[in-house]
Design a protein around this ligand. Sequence first.
Ligand SMILES: Cc1cc2nc3c(=O)[nH]c(=O)nc-3n(C[C@H](O)[C@H](O)[C@H](O)COP(=O)(O)OP(=O)(O)OC[C@H]3O[C@@H](n4cnc5c(N)ncnc54)[C@H](O)[C@@H]3O)c2cc1C
Length: 427
Amino acid sequence: MSKKSEILIVGGGVAGLALATRLGNSIGKQGLARITLIDKSFSHVWKPMLHCFAAGTAQNENDRISFMAQANRHHFEFWPGEVTALDRESKQAVLGPLRGTDGRVVLEGRTVDYDALVLSVGSCANDFGTPGVAENCLFIDNLVEANGFNEKFRMELLRAYSGDIELNIAIVGGGATGTQLAAELHKSLELTGLHSFSQTPPVLNITLLEAGPRILPAFPESVSQAAQKELERIGVKVQTNAMVSGADAEGFSLKDGTHIKADMRVWAAGVKAPEVTRSFGGLSLSRSGQILVHPNLQSIDDPAVFAMGDCSYISDEPLPPTAQVARQQAHHLARHLPQWIANKKEIPSCVFNNKGAIVALGNYNGWGTLPGGTVFGGGILNGLSARLGHLMLYRQHQIELYGWTRGLISCFGAWIDTFIRPSVRLD
Ligand SMILES: Cc1cc2nc3c(=O)[nH]c(=O)nc-3n(C[C@H](O)[C@H](O)[C@H](O)COP(=O)(O)OP(=O)(O)OC[C@H]3O[C@@H](n4cnc5c(N)ncnc54)[C@H](O)[C@@H]3O)c2cc1C
């Protein structure tokens, strides 16, 4: 009996889990190939929700998708573990030992064979080597960090409530992540006030620091201006042209010599590929460590290796590190990998179809842009269309992974939950 072809996907984020699910439902179900997904965690969360989990304005118990359950329902295999290196000659991914929370080794390090390898290990914040950032700042690159952030935020709020002292938070990076986080933190304080033992909420000073001349540089200038106005209306201090030169336990130092005092320091500026890509068998990388791929997502060094999402880089036509790009690339490989694995049929270029972008400032306001440059949102409805659009993208992601029936039940469950749980995370 001939051996089944092995497709190995490393990283079950926006791109990886969509690909594993689609391939599982097609060639996995038909028994034409063995699809294996490896991720260093046990469950998937939609990364664009992380700032809400960090602020506590969304709870993640119902929003995590178990990799094992998803694998079981969609005809692929899942193994937890962190890929630490590649042996491209023998076509094997090397996994480090899997440790429990007590540090004990649960699974020894091992290797997994592949005929086609798809790398989708995402990205992390880029501190550009700024002194003190790694030691003194919080990041929200994954669920563990978002939950850790929320724990600290709640403890700092408690301290501020009980001691009647001000809480100062500074966020570096006026892109979508930093801007949305600033609004969500403000919303969180408002919601916490509804459940608090004290009638007077503490003063929360949020400062958003952006090195460039305006926040949300990926959006039209009108959106940047409107978003800055909205943030300032709710009390967030926005400082543009603020070049951060260092961080310490007290706050941030700026190039112009000023020091911004902050009890919580958040770094949300720039992205780079995880360090591990440097151990991927000498694959060519961009300056930010992303794997260089042809427009068809095949590595420029090795036809058996593909990369998609934030960890990939197309030199001729770089794409932004967004969920939209990751999703479209996953769909492209799901369509073409079965033919490639069966008879090495060449994979066509993946053409990115820009469908626009949305930014939502809590429930205060939101804007979206369409490919032609049309801007929607804002106005008297406080950006309701854009805010709903943001929510719809999340629900679309869940429905794609769960299927219609379970996806709709999950939306309904989330709605029911609003009658049971507090509107903000309190424990
Ligand atoms: C706070 C925040 C808000 C955002 N908001 C938006 C938004 O509004 N719109 C938008 O389009 N984009 C947004 N983004 C960007 C978007 O989330 C990413 O572009 C998208 O998640 C990239 O998908 P991916 O599959 O490449 O990587 P990810 O979704 O990051 O998944 C990577 C996966 O790889 C796993 N992994 C990493 N290393 C290893 C390893 N060595 N071994 C095994 N597994 C590994 C991780 O556990 C993870 O599951 C936001 C990002 C953040 C952080």
